[in-house]
Design a protein around this ligand. Structure first.
Ligand SMILES: Nc1nc2c(ncn2[C@@H]2O[C@H](COP(=O)(O)OP(=O)(O)OP(=O)(O)O)[C@@H](O)[C@H]2O)c(=O)[nH]1
Ligand SMILES: [Mg+2]
Length: 311
């Protein structure tokens, strides 16, 4: 084997940031590549609020990719949005390669969503290879309609490849992984071959409660909801969790609780089932609701409720 061939087949490992506008499917893609649900994903933009590490391990050839799922980068209308944008930019800093994700476009004159330009420029500042991922291609027929868009992306400075994917159907994910590997340094990142994330279970518990709230509420309510864990204790047979859902208006509190507590009960049941499946333990979950008026526009409160290690 030549030296070149050896490095082709040899171990590689590195960091890969996943960035893009809100709702393009970043968290869904991470979960699909990992083969398990780690990051919460909902139909509503602005779901992810902090950077989430998820490490994918593959054997043939030996590869470790430390993915960092980031919040969507969009227009900053509130203090919360500003923090989300800053967090996403921070998530890019250590990347060896960047997945710049976008989704299918409605306008087929090869025009892109204007928000993509801002994301691309943030990616270019890092100076590492950028792989553009055009997601949700299951919604594109015929697929040939993608060609001019693909070509346009390929002509962009810093872009080394363009991969159309469907994160929900698993289309092209193996090809994407091979492309990412090409841009990673030689050697592995972790000795154990098992490391999945660096977040504690309580972080994911809080996230899964927030996901249930987002799934079951509409209009402004999901965007102004945050979750704080008041207790997380592993007892011999059960994990006991007490959490508070923070909402930003009095009227939202009533909505989340619902008639005779019905909605809160649905939310808590769904969250408990999700947490049980994630930690593989029986869970006793108690959920309360509290109003922190206008917190999404108060930088201090936002830091408190959405910071990296808020749980
Ligand atoms: N049809 C289709 N829907 C998808 C695909 N990938 C993701 N989605 C859906 O798009 C929505 C947003 O997915 P997320 O993974 O939460 O998107 P995100 O980019 O992480 O969003 P933020 O965290 O808000 O920035 C969800 O309803 C997903 O099910 C895909 O390939 N095809
Ligand atoms: Mg997300």
């Amino acid at each position: 084997m030549s030296k070149e061939e050896q490095s082709e087949a040899g171990p590689r490992g590195g960091r890969c940031a996943i960035v893009g506008r809100p709702n393009v499917g970043k968290s869904t893609l991470l979960n699909a590549i990992l083969g398990q649900k780690l990051a919460i994903a909902t139909a509503k933009p602005g779901t992810t609020r902090s950077n989430v590490l998820g490490v994918a391990h593959r054997d043939d050839p030996p590869t470790q990719v430390a993915f960092v799922d980031t919040p969507g980068m969009g227009k900053a209308k509130t203090a919360l949005h500003r923090v989300l944008g800053d967090t996403a930019r921070a998530g890019l800093l250590d990347a060896d390669v960047i997945l710049m994700m976008t989704d299918k476009v409605e306008d087929w004159n090869a025009k892109r969503h204007p928000g993509d330009q801002t994301v691309l420029e943030a990616c270019r500042m890092i100076g590492v290879p950028i792989i553009v991922v055009i997601n949700k291609v299951d919604q594109v027929t015929p697929r040939e309609r993608l060609l001019p868009i693909l070509e346009k992306w390929l002509g962009e400075e810093g872009v080394v490849a363009v991969v159309p994917t469907s994160a929900t159907r698993g289309t092209n994910l193996a090809e994407l992984f091979t492309e990412i590997r090409e841009h990673l340094p030689e050697g592995l990142l972790y000795e154990d071959g098992e490391t999945l994330t660096d977040r504690p279970m309580r972080f994911f518990a809080a996230e899964l409660i927030r996901e249930a709230v987002m799934n079951h509420t509409r209009a402004e309510v999901p965007y102004g909801a945050a979750v704080q864990l008041d207790e997380y204790s592993d007892e011999p047979k059960i994990t006991r969790i007490r959490a508070t859902v923070i909402v930003e208006k009095d009227s939202h509190k009533g909505i989340v609780i619902g008639k005779k507590g019905a909605l809160l009960k649905t939310i808590a049941t769904e969250a408990r089932e999700q947490i049980e499946s994630f930690i593989q333990r029986k869970v006793f979950l108690e959920v309360w609701v509290k109003v922190v008026p206008g917190w999404t526009n108060d930088p201090r409160r936002v830091r408190e409720l959405v910071s990296e290690d808020d749980t």
